[in-house]
Design a protein around this ligand. Structure first.
Ligand SMILES: [Zn+2]
Length: 325
């Protein structure tokens, strides 16, 4: 079995299709085109545990009232079935052809346990957050914000000891001093909406990657300087952030980015969506996460002659997903 169609890779579109058995790109197939083939997406920042809060979420709260340490979301999480919510979020992830999810888990060990025995055909990376002064459970750390966390140094040291990944929310709603972030040497920072050009240069010089979540930021009237991040050559990933605010569908996110960032090329946006945070996953040959690819392929319907315009046309549909384990 084959899918016939142009195949998107790091080098742009190549080949004539893919062999569904081996998942390899082939150069010779007969017959009609099936559509356009792109790699599975990477969703580099989610909070899937609040997906089912989407219908109930009040729409008049500020960022801190909604997701701050004592905010609406945390009360919702205490009183609702996070497991059902995580499953609902993962369904969006699977149905949108996403092969990698990096989920920030609140609530210590119990928060990590929410995902126990939930099947997902892609790679799920959970980044835990200790409750109070507890020790880090799991190997990766997802820190809410340095302003809210007293023991960030201990948490990052512990994750480093375990060869885990470290991600930190930063400069989401206002500019925060970048130096404390640099001192912790996280693998990536999330948001950076208010990072100055100088902050971004320091981030780049320190080999820190950035995950942007433009739809979520837009909800609170914020906007990450994605153009500048790309210009500086920063390793970038795209995330969909809180499930209650945005779908976990990267296609929705890149369609939004296309509308809001009209100076960016479509190939650049698509590359970030498919190959985001590549520097993290290939930092050194021994990294736990260095062998992420290939994770599989998505077959999209062709709705326009130009491959990129077709992918970014809101009418394109997912015709098939080939997971590769
Ligand atoms: Zn977040």
């Amino acid at each position: 079995m084959f899918w016939k169609g142009a195949v998107f890779t790091r080098e742009g579109f190549v080949g004539k299709g893919i062999d569904l058995e081996s998942c390899s790109i082939v150069d010779n197939i007969d017959g009609e085109e099936n559509g356009i083939i792109i790699p599975l997406f990477r969703n580099c920042h989610t909070h899937l545990g609040d997906t089912l809060a989407r219908k109930e979420m009040p729409n008049n709260l500020s960022l801190s009232e909604l997701v701050g340490p004592n905010g609406w979301k945390h009360k919702w999480l205490e009183n609702n079935d996070q497991r059902a919510s995580a499953i609902a979020g993962l369904k969006e992830v699977v149905n949108s052809g996403t092969g990698l999810v990096m989920d920030f888990r609140e609530g210590g060990k119990a928060g990590l346990d929410v995902f126990d025995n939930i099947e997902y055909p892609g790679k799920l990376i959970l980044l835990g957050r200790p409750v109070g002064n507890e020790e880090l459970t799991g190997i990766n750390a997802g820190i809410s914000s340095l302003a809210d966390v007293d023991n960030a140094v201990e948490i990052t040291l512990s994750a480093r000891d375990k060869n885990g990944l470290i991600g930190i929310h930063h400069s989401e709603n206002e500019r925060e001093d970048v130096q404390p972030l640099l001192d912790l040497k996280p693998d990536f920072a999330v948001h950076m909406c208010y990072a100055s050009d100088d902050d971004l240069k320091k981030i780049k010089a320190n080999n820190i990657s950035i995950v942007v979540c433009p739809r979520s930021n837009h909800y609170f009237g914020n906007r990450p300087p994605l153009e500048k991040m790309i210009e500086l050559g920063i390793d970038i990933g795209i995330g969909t952030d809180n499930g209650m605010l945005c779908t976990a569908n990267i296609m929705d996110e890149i369609h939004f980015i296309r509308r809001e960032y009209d100076s960016l090329g479509l190939e650049t946006i698509l590359s970030i969506a498919c190959f985001g945070l590549d520097d993290i996953f290939n930092k050194d040959g021994t990294s736990t996460y260095s062998n992420l690819e290939p994770s599989g392929w998505i077959l999209l319907s062709r709705v326009e002659e130009d491959n990129y315009e077709s992918i970014f046309n809101p009418n394109t549909e997912i015709l098939g997903i080939r997971w590769m384990n």
